[in-house]
Write a protein that binds this ligand. Structure first.
Ligand code: UDP
Ligand code: GLC
Length: 388
């Protein structure tokens, strides 16, 4: 089966990293069409996945855009849609990985008569999107998609609550290669030395810097912890959240935490950095659709504390394979950090449990096979698909 994947982003967020794992097995039978240039393209190339940047001008619609802004952008989209329609004719199906990719993919699917799959990486609720964007996404998916793949039960539930068709949606969790998360002890020691983490209790936060990812909650919690607890914030403002970055730095200096919070920016050595931590914190203040970082921490054998909402609640069972805290409550987070600092044995047992179960539950090979089966069973009946 030949697949045209579409993604609007030039930068590697979680949805894009997930797409790399899904597209890779298809080799030359796949093409990833991007609507922006950037480091995501480089990552795809490093993974030997064919990629083309199909739009040179950024699409102006944002998560909170109104209907009028949406209409204005349609004119802007016309050349892109024409290009995608032409490309799609060389492929058996269109696989839209983001919302703007859904808009373009839906129209291209109509004109090229190719089936459409929509991989839903978002919780389609008003907490995350404007009413207009919600309506557009749900209506296009209902009308044009043969299959919607939701990254969690939480994303599926929100889709159906927003009026999405329950008969076309399947939940498929992100898959991971557990081997990537096995790290070398000497590399970790070196990293700890380099970053000045030795002798500290290190809480790692691995996420793009954005208000709803809640880095500010961890900083507040840190101020309530003993002085040997420090934090590393790994990630960059991928989508222009510079104001938030400034606020975080201000918060750190107001609380006098300059020596206890390290901003490391975007990094590609996540498994090594996680291994150098004592605890990984996930602090999203709005429900997390899935939360790759939670699973990655588990695969590294590190204890994880996550905000109790959305997909995170499907990944973590409090006290069994991690810890859950109320979103937006630094005091509660501080209490868990202190428990992990003091109760090392039970915490290590929990982390070990998590490692074992996560490597089975989120095995990339199994998950990729499942996606392939879903695609084949949905499209077997469609005449233009050749059995390549
Ligand atoms: N990540 C990364 N480098 C960084 C920060 C994050 O590669 O500096 C990765 C992280 O390991 C995870 C992904 O980015 O795989 C973020 O995915 P997640 O689902 O946690 O959140 P999203 O940003 O997609 O909402
Ligand atoms: C999105 C979501 C995140 C999820 C990722 C992969 O970026 O925000 O929660 O883990 O997609 O599905």
């Amino acid at each position: 089966m030949k697949i045209l994947f579409l993604d609007q982003s030039g930068k590697p967020g979680g949805a894009e990293l997930c797409l790399i794992d899904i597209a890779k097995p298809y080799g030359d039978r796949a093409l990833v069409g991007l609507f922006a240039d950037g480091s995501f393209k480089d990552l795809l190339q490093q993974n030997h996945i064919p990629v083309e940047v199909l739009a040179t001008q950024a699409i102006q619609v944002r998560k909170e855009s109104s209907l009028l802004q949406g209409f204005k952008s349609l004119g802007q989209l016309a050349p892109l849609i024409t290009k995608v329609v032409k490309k799609a004719r060389e492929y058996d199906l269109i696989y839209a990985n983001t919302q703007k990719a859904l808009v373009v993919g839906a129209l291209a699917s109509f004109f090229s008569r190719r089936p459409l799959v929509y991989h839903l990486h978002d919780i389609l609720s008003q907490e995350h999107f404007s009413q207009t964007n919600l309506r557009i996404a749900v209506n296009l998916a209902n009308r044009f998609a043969s299959l919607v793949i939701a990254n969690s039960q939480a994303s599926k539930t929100a889709f159906v609550q927003a009026g999405g068709r329950p008969d076309i949606i399947e939940v498929v969790y992100n898959g991971f290669n557990p081997k990537i998360y096995q790290t070398d002890e000497s590399d970790i020691k070196h990293l700890q030395q380099q970053l000045g983490l030795e002798g500290k209790f290190v809480v790692g936060h691995f996420s793009r810097l954005a208000p709803w990812k809640g880095q500010h909650i961890l900083i507040d919690a840190l101020a309530k912890c003993p002085h040997d607890v420090i934090a590393i914030l790994v990630g960059d403002a991928l989508f222009g959240e510079q104001d938030y970055v400034q606020k975080l730095h201000q918060q750190v200096s107001e609380l006098g935490l300059e020596n206890r919070v390290k901003f490391l920016g975007f990094r590609s050595d996540i498994p090594q950095l996680m291994a150098a931590c004592d605890l990984v914190a996930h602090t999203s203040t709005s429900p997390e659709p899935f939360g790759r970082v939670i699973v990655e921490a588990m695969l590294c054998g590190k204890p994880v504390v996550a905000a109790k909402a959305g997909g995170a609640m499907e990944l973590v069972e409090h006290g069994l394979n991690g810890f859950l805290v109320t979103p937006g409550k630094p005091q509660e987070l501080a209490r868990v950090i202190i428990t992990c600092l003091q109760e090392t044995e039970i915490t290590a047992t929990i982390a070990n449990n998590a490692k074992t179960t996560a490597s089975q539950r989120f095995d990339m090979t199994v998950i990729n096979d499942y996606i392939a089966k879903l695609l084949v069973s949905k499209f077997r009946s469609l005449r233009h698909i050749s059995s390549r």
